[in-house]
Write a protein that binds this ligand. Structure first.
Ligand code: SF4
Ligand code: SF4
Length: 276
């Protein structure tokens, strides 16, 4: 089973929930697809043994063949090529690797070269994987795709998604059996939860909600979930002890076996719902 953990915004507790769930299951593959800032490793302490580069193909120009006609520039939908005074300028950072310019060039002056945009890192048995996007690279989807290629379908997979509801999140949750939406009981939390709900509903993926930093204010989330018949899977209380432990790289499941039980029960509930 593949479970994605996401939230409408960063800092909500996505990694707390995904790492706690993984640690409670024992047998799991944890995949951190928050490639701009992967931090699940802080809690899971994996020993990284494999680092695989993620390469994409970008165009290069053979100036001896190029006539400066400008067709490549007009073809590119992403403005990644400009032709100025007959000279081709390539902006590989914003290239989407579609290859259209190469097909369109009448002089066969464009060809593909490999460019490394980041890496994926794994521990020895690949129960932990994380993607890392190189600084300055704006397009992370190829790294998420590579992580998905490397997933092990024979054990439960927990994906710690990027924050928000961008195309990186869409790529991360596509193909998942279930989504856990993590929120916090504030008006901003509710606003972002609504965006996340719209996304998973549109993609037709079953989902439930975990309230992190739960307090008496959680009624705004309960009200929304009751009205929309959304399952609240778990509530993690707003607590100084939890916050202090977190700042030292410790999760509630590290500190207290009861929390492991709660996360396991949540997993069983999700599994029953998915297998219905
Ligand atoms: S389409 Fe080909 S020949 Fe024309 S400007 Fe681009 S690279 Fe040069
Ligand atoms: S490969 Fe596609 S996105 Fe990249 S420069 Fe060519 S047309 Fe533009």
């Amino acid at each position: 089973m593949r479970i994605a953990v996401l939230s409408g915004k960063g800092g909500t507790g996505k990694t707390t929930v995904s790492a706690s769930l993984a640690l409670s299951l024992g047998n799991y593959q944890y995949v951190d697809s928050d490639v701009e800032e992967p931090n699940g490793g802080i809690f899971l302490n994996p020993k990284i043994t494999d680092i695989l580069p993620v390469n994409v193909k970008v165009p290069a120009v053979d100036e001896n063949k190029c006539t400066g006609c400008g067709i490549c520039s007009k073809t590119c939908q992403f403005n990644a090529i400009a032709v100025i005074k007959g000279m081709v300028l390539l902006f590989s950072e914003i290239c989407h690797h579609c290859g259209a310019c190469i097909i369109a060039c009448p002089e066969v002056a464009l060809y593909e070269i490999e460019k490394t945009i980041g890496v994926i890192e794994k521990n020895e048995d690949a129960t932990f994987m994380q993607g890392k996007l190189n600084i300055g690279e704006p397009i992370s989807i190829p790294i998420i795709q590579k992580l998905k290629d490397e997933m092990n379908p024979h054990i439960p997979i927990i994906i710690d998604c990027p924050p928000g509801a961008s195309c990186n999140v869409v790529e991360s949750i596509e193909g998942c059996d279930y989504c856990i939406l993590v929120t916090e009981p504030t008006p901003f939390g509710l606003h972002d939860l609504k965006i996340a709900v719209k996304l998973v509903e549109k993609m037709g993926i079953p989902f439930g909600v975990v309230i992190n930093k739960s307090s008496k204010d959680s009624k705004i989330i309960h009200k929304f979930c009751d009205k929309n018949k959304i399952d609240i899977l778990l509530e993690i209380p707003f607590s100084r002890d939890i916050a202090e432990a977190y700042s030292k790289g410790r999760l509630p499941v590290h500190e207290n076996a009861e929390w492991k039980e709660k996360f396991r029960a949540m997993y069983e509930k999700i599994k029953r719902g998915v297998n219905k």
